[in-house]
Design a protein around this ligand. Structure first.
Ligand SMILES: NC(=O)c1ccc[n+]([C@@H]2O[C@H](COP(=O)([O-])OP(=O)(O)OC[C@H]3O[C@@H](n4cnc5c(N)ncnc54)[C@H](O)[C@@H]3O)[C@@H](O)[C@H]2O)c1
Ligand SMILES: [Zn+2]
Ligand SMILES: [Zn+2]
Length: 394
């Protein structure tokens, strides 16, 4: 089959690789009809996530048709149309039973790598390095889905792929981010990053009762989408001092909930952003937390900081004094996907939201290498790329 493989920093290629096969009775094989490139894939493309190996198949946002199931998968059959969540979870361990699917103790055969690097083990993800399990991803014609009796959700035929695909990651991720912001009715919620995750955090903040949503980015078309589709007030971080602007917009108090939908590759013009860029280039710092510092500085006393943006290591100049002094609550982490699949599918079925609004680029799998660059560099108005692996070009 054809698959998008990682070969190094800014080097991804579509290669012919062996078809996946059932290796375990709880596996299924999915013929992928639609897949997408995520902001998290850009961290791999930029070479900032360790334990990648040449030839690794990328992609963790995918859906398609079941073509084979293992003998222990009783809830799916050949021909079923499914969306596959990006976290792989067993469904039976201590953490899965608590709904902490992204902390599953059984899905990651390379958990020892995480333990060595971070001091704890963690669940596996599709197409996201060997320390995250080394599973092949879904920017491919087919994928093997482990624990297929727990992850994939069947989707109704009446809904197009593009309406349900983002149940695989960014819609639940934006929703969990809003939930983690502990929004009370009428709260003001500020969201850094108007990429796909930020856009779904905006939508979800309204669903959870926000009274005001303020979105921050510097990419004009992303701010525009936040304002039009997201009905958010917007701040262009290239034009304004974000912390001061938020203070003035909230009567000097700061937003009640602040969401960092940017993560470790944050950019900016402030002195601390320059400091991070230099230190990261010298490999003296693993992450650039520019947005996160602003989040902490901006959030009101007693407010909540929610962090869906991915962080990978040790952060410099983290304003812990301000966080402590203000009594902030922090909530963060990979999305516990399985908690959100059914409720969010129901919202789509009821017509409360059509997640396809973020899509700007529809391409074939062979176009993926160029699409990574376009998405990373925010060229051509790119906000979200979907790929159709069953057609050479679209
Ligand atoms: N927690 C999870 O399970 C999970 C799931 C999916 C994605 N993510 C992470 O969420 C983050 C966002 O994903 P995405 O797909 O939207 O990525 P993206 O790269 O498309 O969007 C990030 C946005 O942040 C903006 N930005 C950069 N620096 C900023 C700053 N200082 N202030 C405000 N905005 C700034 C960029 O211009 C960009 O629009 C990534 O870190 C991704 O890895 C986490
Ligand atoms: Zn993702
Ligand atoms: Zn588990």
């Amino acid at each position: 089959m054809r698959a998008l493989c990682w070969f190094g920093k800014e080097d991804v290629r579509v290669e012919t690789v062996p078809d996946p096969t059932i290796l375990n009775p709880r596996d299924a094989i999915v013929k992928i009809t639609t897949t997408a490139i995520c902001g998290s894939d850009l961290h791999l493309y930029d070479g900032v996530i360790p334990t990648m190996e040449k030839g690794d198949i990328l992609g963790h946002e995918f859906m398609g048709q079941i073509v084979e199931v293992g003998s222990d998968v009783k809830n799916l059959k050949t021909g079923d149309r499914v969306v596959v969540p990006f976290t792989i979870a067993c469904g039976n361990c201590f953490f899965c039973r608590k709904g902490l699917w992204a902390s599953c103790d059984n899905s990651n055969p390379n958990s020892w790598m995480l333990e060595k690097a971070y001091g704890y083990g963690g669940s596996a993800l599709f197409g996201y390095s060997h320390m995250m399990g080394g599973y092949a991803g879904g920017q491919a014609e087919y994928a093997r889905v482990p624990f297929a009796d727990i992850g994939p959700i069947k989707v109704p035929d009446g809904l197009a792929d593009e309406q349900v695909l983002f149940l695989s990651d960014i819609f639940p991720t934006g929703y969990q981010a809003a939930e983690n912001a502990q929004i009370a009715q009428g709260d003001t919620v500020a969201i850094w990053g108007c990429g796909p995750v930020g856009q779904f955090a905006i939508q979800s903040a309204w669903m959870l009762g926000a009274g005001r949503v303020i979105a921050i980015d510097k990419v004009p078309e992303r701010l525009e989408l936040a304002a039009t589709k997201g009905k958010a007030e917007i701040i262009n971080s290239d034009m304004e001092n974000v912390v001061e602007k938020l203070r003035s917009m909230t009567g000097g108090r700061g937003p009640d909930g602040c969401i960092d939908a940017v993560g470790l590759e944050s950019t900016g013009h402030t002195p601390d952003a320059l400091y991070d860029r230099v230190k990261m280039a010298m490999k003296l710092e693993t992450d650039r937390p520019t947005a996160l510092r602003e989040v902490i500085q901006s959030c009101r006393k007693g407010g909540t900081v929610s962090i869906p943006g991915v962080y990978g290591g040790l952060l410099d100049k983290f304003p812990m004094g301000a966080a402590f002094g203000k009594g902030l609550t922090f909530k963060m982490g990979q999305t516990n996907m399985q908690n959100y699949l059914k409720p969010l599918l129901n919202r789509i079925v009821k017509g409360e939201i059509d997640p396809s609004f973020v899509i700007t680029h529809r391409l074939g799998l062979e176009d993926a290498p160029a699409a990574y660059k376009t998405f990373r560099d925010k060229q051509d108005g790119c906000i979200k790329v979907v790929l159709k692996p069953q057609t050479a070009t679209v």
